[in-house]
Design a protein around this ligand. Structure first.
Ligand code: NDP
Length: 479
């Protein structure tokens, strides 16, 4: 089959063996490749009784898992990382076909590599009891106990990596996990859990591939102690309400509309590549991608030209073609969000530097990399999350005004400041509201560094020792 972007690869991939292990004997739902429309595989579809049975099994497996020593659980996570590495290419190919992301660049192989890296780093963290007081008044020690069963609900943009972000700390601290993947990318998560489970005891990690109703049931289940959720703010609010009756602990990693601010001392040529990938990583489908860029009038044309150059030279197409670095949108609904916002921006008089003209007849949910200049700061493309390969570039003349625009939205996940003077950039960073502000980079998450959102981008943090605390009950013993 030929598309405007090249020739698609058909037939089986290295993932065929993994697929054969996760597909149901009968029934199920077909999953199609967002780049080609070809069938990728069949996902089993769980119902309410399956979810309940999974929670019962996870609950009964939890005490024995928690009773292992910290070192034994650490070794199990390293063994799970070994298993991921042994199956890395199969996992990457399946991920590429189901999610759409290319194998190369910061995409499928990168995501599978990150799964192993996060498992290993989390395995090596230690969260020991802390002596708070030890004097003539008494002795108080803070212990970190597992919560029990953690319910993990994930999105379709980084389905494997985000699952590991939820699974690894939960298991490390002696919890068991029931995970509900996105209905768009269940095969990736089922294949990942299949591989992880070759190294884990039975029932400490169970995947339940249902739709939103199964996620809702997980959020309400009385034997689930905590929900870790990554996805839209709208769904996050529903989960918070559903989980209220059982007073569940929650980590909410919700939508972002991250701002980048270029300062007037930046070097446009030097920053163009990192600016581009800060916005277009995973074809823009990343919670902490840069989704609006503020550039001073004095550098505006130079920054636009430098970004245009990178966009022109970055190939987009079918994920399994090795040369591609950008892929399709994962699903039709997301393609329509992007198309609506770009169309509205064009109609408002904004200037499209490149892209904005999808081939509506071609197969796949491809939307070309799009840069939009001379756009009003209140345009919907700036103030709504586009979650796709589009970057609006807003001109500013007053830095205070740019900071005010950056801080003006309900979302406050990440942000970035770009400058040749890191100290000056840090001063501007200190005025931004966000969970993380990066200097001269954007979206660079690290398993050692806590990550989370401010405002309606969520609460709680993932990663680092702080992330381990989020899947524990603090228990003080005082005498
Ligand atoms: P959703 O928030 O709708 O879905 C995320 C997960 O929640 C999926 O597993 C979904 O299942 C599940 N879910 C849906 N409804 C419920 C419910 N009532 N209770 C419990 N779980 C539920 O995100 P979408 O995938 O629809 O993406 C929509 C938007 O979210 C995007 O446009 C983007 O803006 C944002 N988003 C943000 C992400 C981030 O990383 N912060 C990641 C992905 C999306 P199912 O898929 O089966 O419906």
């Amino acid at each position: 089959m030929t598309t405007q972007f090249g020739t698609t690869q058909t037939g089986t991939t290295q993932a065929a063996d993994l697929l054969s292990r996760i597909q149901p004997a009968e029934g199920g739902r077909e999953i199609f490749d967002p780049a080609t429309g070809e069938l990728v595989g069949i996902t089993p579809q769980a119902g309410p009784e399956d979810l309940h049975a999974a929670v019962v099994r996870a609950k009964s497996a939890q005490p024995a898992w928690a009773a292992l020593s910290s070192q034994e659980r650490s070794q199990a996570l390293h063994a799970a990382a070994d298993a991921v590495e042994a199956h890395a290419e199969e996992l990457a190919q399946l991920l590429s076909r189901e999610q759409g992301k290319p194998l190369n660049g910061p995409n499928a192989r990168f995501e599978v590599g990150a799964c192993a890296a996060w498992l290993r780093t989390t395995a090596d963290f230690q969260l020991d009891p802390e002596v708070l007081v030890d004097d003539e008044s008494g002795r108080s020690v803070l212990h970190w106990r597992p919560l029990g069963v953690v319910g993990a609900i994930g999105p379709w943009n980084w389905p494997m990596m985000i699952s590991v972000w939820q699974i690894a700390p939960s298991l490390r601290m002696g919890n068991t996990v029931v995970i509900k993947p996105s209905g768009y990318t269940p095969l990736s998560v089922l294949a990942l859990t299949e591989v992880l489970n070759t190294a884990l005891p039975a029932d400490v990690l169970i995947a339940v591939p249902g739709r939103g109703d199964v996620g809702d049931q997980l959020s309400r289940h009385p034997d689930v102690a905590k929900i870790m959720f990554t996805g839209s703010t709208e769904t996050g609010k529903k989960i918070i309400k559903a989980a209220a009756d059982t007073v569940k602990r929650m980590t909410m990693e919700l939508g972002g509309n991250d701002a980048g601010i270029v300062l007037d001392d930046a070097d446009p040529q030097a920053i163009a590549g990192d600016l581009f990938w800060g916005a277009f990583i995973n074809t823009g489908q990343t919670c902490a991608a840069m989704k609006r860029l503020y550039v001073p009038e004095s550098l505006y044309d130079e920054v636009c030209d430098a970004l245009l150059e990178v966009a022109r030279s970055t190939p987009m197409g079918v994920g399994l073609d090795e040369e591609n670095l950008l892929g399709p949108l994962q699903n039709r609904a997301q393609w329509e969000v992007v198309d609506r916002l770009v169309t509205a921006a064009k109609e408002s008089g904004a200037r499209v530097l490149i892209g904005g003209d999808p081939d509506r007849q071609a197969p796949g949910f491809f939307y070309p990399a799009t840069l939009v200049a001379d756009i009003d700061p209140q345009n919907p493309l700036v103030v709504e999350e586009q979650f796709g390969p589009v970057l609006p570039i807003v001109k500013y003349t007053d830095l205070d005004q740019a900071v005010e625009w950056a801080n003006s939205l309900n979302e406050a996940l990440g942000s970035s400041v770009w400058s040749s003077d890191p100290d000056r950039a840090e001063e501007v960073a200190s005025r931004l509201v966000a969970g993380t502000t990066w200097i001269n980079k954007h979206g660079a998450v690290d398993p050692r560094i806590p990550f989370g959102g401010a405002r309606e981008s969520g609460f709680g943090v993932e990663f680092g020792v702080e992330g381990l605390k989020e899947v524990c009950q603090p228990h003080v013993i005082s005498r």
